[in-house]
Design a protein around this ligand. Structure first.
Ligand SMILES: Cc1cc2nc3c(=O)[nH]c(=O)nc-3n(C[C@H](O)[C@H](O)[C@H](O)COP(=O)(O)O)c2cc1C
Length: 297
């Protein structure tokens, strides 16, 4: 290992942490990432399986799944996964078992779309209404559905139904307890690519950290290895990575050994059922890892 790599590994980021009833070997986690590689019927595929297995390759890693629909009426995103029927449960079980077989852990993120739903898809999937907590459509700046229609606000009985759906989905996922909180760090600008500065990294969520303490806190948004080490050392957080983990199936190892990252390709983030940009990002060469050298990619 080079001296740079030795220094990079000397951080709380690579200390174990207890989350609920599991112990993670380190604090680099996979952030929830919607990637549209599930079937039109919202069932995870072999491609989905391969993607999570690759990212479980460093033992003791926490993976948070892509947002997963709790009930067909709460859906409205093409090729997102669900957890409301037996076929979906079986597909998720296969993924969970494969991740566990690599010594890693996986939490399911539960999702009700609200105003982010595609009203046309809700109609075609079952004539479901386009509903949200409030009658507020997406803004003109929304990347997903700029200036979309105005949803109907949920009624009180409907809200009660949603509560039941979340409870049922959690039971099906067999993780009924909320073991973590996930906050997005405020960004320095709106470009989506800005990195938070080291001095301000993590501080925007101090209020939430206080409320949640001493339970484990997952922080995400614009991190690289350097800022992640800083925040883990300062706060003890788990740091979830989105875009860098998309492009680097072995990200924890690359951070620990201070190696370069593959660059992510934004154009393939949501390519429906495509392996390209999903399961074809290379792992660092074994020799490079052993030597603590820059990754071959
Ligand atoms: C392609 C893509 C899909 C995402 N899907 C979800 C999601 O399903 N649920 C969620 O809570 N956040 C989602 N996010 C936000 C990420 O979890 C993460 O918080 C964000 O990308 C910031 O982290 P990063 O700077 O390391 O990418 C998504 C982000 C991207 C880029």
């Amino acid at each position: 290992m080079s001296s740079n790599a030795a220094a990079a590994a000397d951080t709380a980021l690579f200390n174990p942490i207890r989350v609920g009833n599991i112990t993670l070997s380190h604090r680099v986690a996979l952030a929830p990432l919607t990637r549209c590689r599930n079937t039109a019927e919202h069932v995870p595929t072999d491609l989905t399986l391969e993607h999570y297995v690759q990212r479980a390759s460093t033992p003791g890693t926490l993976l948070i799944t892509e947002a997963t629909i709790v009930h067909p009426k709460a859906g409205g995103w093409a090729h997102a996964p669900g957890i409301y029927n037996e076929e979906q449960v079986q597909a998720w079980k296969k993924i969970v078992e494969a991740v566990h077989a690599r010594g890693s852990h996986i939490f399911l993120q539960l999702w009700a779309l609200g105003r982010s739903a595609d009203p046309a898809l809700l109609t075609s999937e079952g004539n479901y209404p386009y509903v949200a907590p409030s009658p507020i459509g997406l803004s003109e700046e929304s990347e997903h559905m700029p200036g979309g229609p105005t949803p109907r606000p949920l009624t009180i009985p409907e809200i009660r139904e949603y509560v039941t759906w979340f409870g049922d989905a959690a039971l099906r996922a067999a993780h009924p307890s909320l073991a973590y909180l996930h906050f997005i760090e405020p960004r320095m600008d709106g470009s989506g690519d800005a990195f938070i500065s080291e001095s301000s990294a993590g501080s925007g969520n101090d209020f939430a950290r206080k409320i949640w303490a001493p339970r484990p806190f997952v922080s995400a948004g614009g991190y690289d290895g350097k800022t992640a080490r800083y925040v883990a050392d300062r706060y003890g957080d788990i740091i979830a990575f989105g875009r860098h983990f998309i492009a680097n199936p072995d990200l924890p190892r690359r951070i620990k050994d201070d190696m370069e990252y593959n660059r992510y390709d934004r154009s393939t983030f949501y390519s429906v059922l495509e392996p390209k940009g999903y399961t074809d990002y290379p792992f660092a060469a074994v020799e490079a890892v052993r030597e603590g050298l820059v990754a071959a990619s």
